[in-house]
Design a protein around this ligand. Sequence first.
Ligand code: SF4
Length: 233
Amino acid sequence: MAGGQTGVAAYLRRHRLLYGDTLFLPGGAPMPGVPSTPDNPAEPGQLLAFHRKIENCQNCALGASRNKFVFGVGDPHADLVLVGEAPGAEEDRLGEPFVGRSGKLLDTILKAIGLSRQSVFILNVLKCRPPDNRDPLPSEVAECEPYLQEQLRLIQPKLIVALGRVAAQTLLKVKDSLKDMRAQTYTYSGIEVRVTYHPAALLRNPNFKAPAWEDFKAIRDRYLELTKGGPSA
Ligand code: SF4
């Protein structure tokens, strides 16, 4: 009984953070101010407003140990969203995902496929840094994932790229190896998902660079198919 009440309280707390005081009932008609849908794109500024709404979150223990909340960066209406696992030390210090050496490498890869940090959106499953960069706990993911879902609903990308095994397993709730996941296409909240290496893995092991480049060329081609009707010549 107490557990059920706790679960309801947690649900309502998250719901209020996401939607304010408007109550949504399963199967109920959308009410004024509902989040965006494909036919009802988000207004400019909604993502920023959502950032402001959740940036002081303390829903899990990571809220107390973080230096900076890391919401994500990029185009609020990007067609491509890149998803990492959680902020690391530099990200926690600066409040931005994928900074430092791995972030610079990601910028270089994006440039090589005709994109930039400004033309995509980059975020993590968790918005706060786990101590010593440990893997996210399932309870932390459960608390934080509604934020990711709302970000995706506001951004409405056509393609998601999961960076690294842990990010992909956390996002997709699978236990497959990175090799197996790289070979497949998934969906998350109705959006197509591709999986590839985390840039930090490419820095640790240069042997991964060639297969990662193949992944990103395929990601570029799929991105062009989804956004412009086909890969460029
Ligand atoms: S990790 Fe997510 S749920 Fe936990 S405190 Fe940070 S924003 Fe809140």
